[in-house]
Design a protein around this ligand. Structure first.
Ligand code: SAM
Length: 377
C-alpha cells in the first residue's frame, strides 16, 4: 500500500493513495473534514471524558478528538485489519509515542491523554464496554442502524450519541421499501425529502432509545453533502422517553406544496409520511457555544464557519418552503429569496434561510402568506 500524508485540523495522517476514495483499502474522504470540524467543536463544547470513534478507518476523527479537545480517553476502532494497522501508525505519528499491547487486538498509547486502538466488530466492542462512553460516534458507510442498539447500551445514560447516515437515497424516498425495512417509516419524495429524512433518522433513534427508558434531546442535527448528522443527548428515565415519543408525528403534503404535520403516535389520516421527529433540530445555546469556539479554533474546512452561522441563524420550525418548487407547483415566477423573506418579515412573521436548500426558507407564516409573497414579486 502506498501512502500520502494529509493534514487536517491539528492532525497529520497517512492515507492510502488511490484514484477514487472508494477504491482505497482504508477510507478517507476529505469532504467529510466539515463533518469532523463540527464534531470536534461539539466535543470541545461538551467536554466528555471518554470518547469512542467506533468506525474509525484511518483514525483521523479520533486523533482529532485527542489533539483538539479536552477528552481524556479516546478509543479508535475498526473491523478492517488494514485500517487497524494504519490507525496504529497514525496515532504513533501524532502522539510521538509507541503503543503498548494490552490485548490480542488492542493497543494503548499515552497516559494523561490515553488513546486505545482496537481491532474488532464495533458491536462486539460496544457490548464489552457497557455504559462506558460519554460521547459515542457512529460514522458508518450507509446506515448507522446496525450499530444503534449496542451504541445505546455502550454510551452512558446521560451521554451523547453522534450519528452520521449516508444512506440518503433510503431516507429520502428513492428506495422506499428499504426505508420501511430499516427505519420502519414512510419517506417522502420531493423538496421536503432531506428534512423529512433527517427527522426519520432522529425519530428512529428516539424509538430505539425509548425501549431502554432513555429520552433524546437534539443538540444539533443537519443535512449536508449527501449525508445526515445528529448530536443527541440521552436523558435517563421512562418519563424522559415518553416525552421524546411525544415529539414524534407525521407529515402530509398536497400537490400545491402545502404541508401539515401533527404530533401523534399513530397516523390519523391516510397518505401520511413518517413516523418522524417533529421536535427541535438544535439547542440554540449549544450551537452558539460551538460558533464561539469555531472563531478561535483552527478549522480544516473553509465552509465550516459559514455553515455553522447558517445553522445558528435558522428558524427551528418543522419543514420549509422551497421557492423554486413552490413556483413550479403553482405556475408562478420565482422571486429573490431575500425579498420573499423580507416581505414575510414586514408582515410580522419570522422567516429565515435554511441549510436544507439555498432556495428555501423557514417561516411561521401560513402557506397562503408564502404564496402571496411569491406573487408580490
Ligand atoms: N470515521 C471515519 C472518518 O471520519 O474518516 C470514516 C469511517 S468509514 C465511513 C467506515 C468504517 O467502518 C470503515 O473503515 C469500515 O472498515 C468500518 N466498519 C465497517 N463495518 C464495521 C464493523 N462492523 N465494525 C467496525 N468497523 C466497521
Amino acid at each position: 500500500m502506498e501512502f500520502v500524508e494529509v493534514r487536517e485540523g491539528l492532525a497529520k495522517i497517512l492515507v492510502p493513495k488511490a484514484e477514487r476514495i472508494y477504491d482505497a483499502p482504508v477510507f478517507y474522504n476529505p469532504v467529510m473534514a466539515l463533518n469532523r470540524d463540527i464534531s470536534v467543536l461539539a466535543v470541545g463544547v461538551l467536554t466528555p471524558r471518554t470518547v469512542l470513534d467506533a468506525l474509525s478507518a484511518t483514525g483521523i476523527r479520533g486523533i482529532r478528538y485527542t489533539l483538539e479537545t479536552p477528552a481524556e480517553e479516546v478509543w479508535l476502532n475498526d473491523i478492517n485489519p488494514d485500517a487497524f494497522n494504519l490507525i496504529l501508525e497514525n496515532v504513533r505519528l501524532n502522539l510521538g509515542v509507541d503503543g503498548e499491547r494490552i490485548g490480542e487486538k488492542r493497543f494503548s498509547f499515552g497516559e494523561e491523554k490515553r488513546v486505545v486502538a482496537n481491532l474488532d466488530d464495533a458491536n462486539r466492542l460496544m457490548a464489552e464496554k457497557f455504559r462506558y462512553f460519554d460521547f459515542l460516534d457512529l460514522d458508518p458507510f450507509g446506515s448507522p442502524l446496525e450499530f444503534l442498539d449496542t451504541a445505546l447500551r455502550s454510551v452512558r445514560r446521560r451521554g451523547i450519541l453522534a450519528v452520521t447516515a449516508t444512506d440518503t437515497g433510503v431516507l429520502c424516498g428513492a428506495y422506499r421499501h428499504a426505508c420501511r425495512r430499516k427505519y420502519l417509516a414512510e419517506p417522502i419524495r420531493g423538496e421536503l425529502c432531506h428534512e423529512a429524512g433527517l427527522r426519520i433518522l432522529i425519530g428512529t433513534v428516539v424509538r430505539y432509545a425509548a425501549k431502554y427508558d432513555l429520552g433524546v434531546e437534539v443538540l444539533l442535527a443537519y443535512y449536508r453533502d449527501h449525508y445526515f448528522r445528529a448530536f443527541l443527548r440521552l436523558k435517563s428515565g421512562a418519563k424522559k422517553a415518553d416525552g421524546s415519543i411525544e415529539g414524534l408525528g407525521y407529515l402530509w403534503q398536497d400537490e400545491n406544496g402545502r404541508f401539515e404535520y401533527e404530533n401523534s403516535f399513530l397516523p390519523r389520516k391516510p397518505g401520511s409520511y413518517g413516523p418522524l421527529w417533529l421536535g427541535p433540530l438544535k439547542s440554540q445555546g449549544f450551537v452558539d457555544d460551538m460558533l464561539k469556539l469555531a472563531w478561535e479554533h483552527p478549522l480544516a474546512h473553509k465552509k465550516t464557519l459559514p455553515f455553522l452561522e447558517t445553522l445558528a441563524g435558522e428558524l427551528d420550525t418543522p419543514f420549509h418552503y422551497d421557492t423554486h418548487a413552490l413556483a413550479r407547483r403553482n405556475n408562478l415566477q420565482v422571486g429573490k429569496l431575500a425579498e420573499i423573506i423580507e416581505i414575510l418579515r414586514d408582515k410580522g412573521y419570522s422567516a429565515t434561510r435554511t441549510h436544507f436548500s439555498p432556495m428555501a426558507l423557514k417561516t411561521d407564516a401560513p402557506f397562503e402568506e408564502v404564496l402571496e409573497a411569491l406573487k408580490a414579486l
